[in-house]
Design a protein around this ligand. Structure first.
Ligand code: HEC
Length: 299
């Protein structure tokens, strides 16, 4: 196998190995970064919802109580205000989904599905657990989620979630006396959940890996091509010429000096050495031949 071919194979092998390792590391890194970004945005949404909840409890509800309005307004309900604000935000960022669900919800639309029930159970069985982060679903439907428990930390919640007889009658008229009652202080009564599809983040990560691998390949292929060309021009080609000269000399073919190819660089010295060797051998052979033809003159 020619030197260039052997070099090319070795370089190609190193390149494939290097690019695979670099691509894998870069994909892991990009994917982790994409998930961190998703997590940050999900945290932001959860905190925004909490801020809306707190605003309703601290500002809206007391103001409404002062007005002594007999009518029940959903906007004074922390959960309604938070979910409504999130629905509005959802129009701008449709990929994000926010939900507040419960095992025993006031609004039946907030009833936890099977998967949410399992998350709620986890929070209920582990009071130290502050957050659950993970992925659910498969393929294009794969979603990244962040869930946090909603605890009944304030006695103000009891007014509407303890027993129907203390709840505002207008609320009972709207939601009925069955659902969303019997909750106790410090219980995990619901779940705050943000979900976002991972497909876009993964496509972004893959795209940036392809860009990295693509640019690496360009640089590498170009460098390898230049290297192999230089190797051919300055090493293997002169070596071929010298091999031809050495062959011709060893087979005692007459080589016309004018036809001797000119070899450049460090190989010129080698060529000159071979020529000198050839002259010395020719000279020695001439003396030897002369000695054989005229043995008396010899020593
Ligand atoms: C003025 C009455 C009222 C108060 C006070 C109140 N809630 Fe509610 N809560 C409701 C109503 C009504 C709903 C249903 C809202 C809707 O239609 O989405 C609700 C919904 C919820 C939900 C979503 C699940 C469901 O039941 O539909 C959670 C969780 C919740 N409330 C927790 C709390 C907590 C915690 C507090 C105390 C900070 C609180 N609520 C204070 C009336 C109230």
């Amino acid at each position: 196998m020619r030197i260039e071919t052997r070099f090319a194979w070795n370089i190609a092998f190193c390149f494939c190995f290097g690019v695979t390792v670099a691509g894998y590391i870069s994909y892991r890194q990009e994917s982790r970064q994409a998930h961190e970004e998703l997590k940050q945005r999900a945290d932001m949404l959860l905190e925004t919802a909490l801020a809306v909840r707190a605003y309703t409890v601290d500002q809206v509800a007391p103001a409404m109580n002062k007005l002594k309005d007999a009518e029940f307004h959903a906007f004074q309900v922390p959960s309604f205000a938070a979910q409504d604000a999130m629905r509005r935000l959802n129009k701008k960022f449709p990929e994000y989904r926010y939900r507040e669900s419960s095992l025993n919800p006031t609004n039946v639309g907030d009833r936890a599905n099977d998967w949410e029930v399992s998350l709620l159970r986890e929070f209920q069985s582990n009071p130290e657990l502050r957050e659950l982060v993970g992925e659910s679903g498969a393929g294009r439907d794969r979603r990244f989620y962040v869930a946090r428990p909603i605890r009944m930390t304030s006695p103000s919640c009891l007014q509407c979630h303890s027993t129907p007889d203390v709840a505002p009658p207008a609320m009972l008229a709207k939601y009925g006396p069955v659902n969303g009652f019997g909750w106790k202080l410090d219980d995990v009564v619901g779940l705050q959940l943000v979900e976002v599809p991972t497909a876009d983040a993964e496509a972004k990560a893959l795209n940036s890996v392809l860009i990295t691998v693509g640019s690496l390949s360009c640089v590498f292929v170009l460098s390898a091509a230049v290297f192999l060309l230089l190797l051919r021009r300055h090493v293997t080609h002169p070596l071929d010429l010298l091999t031809r000269v050495a062959h011709a000399s060893s087979l005692d073919h007459e080589i016309d000096d004018a036809q001797l190819p000119a070899v450049g660089g460090q190989f010129r010295e080698l060529q000159q050495a071979i020529e000198r060797l050839k002259t010395s051998v020719d000279h020695a052979l001439t003396i030897f031949e002369r000695g054989r033809q005229d043995p008396d003159k010899g020593g």
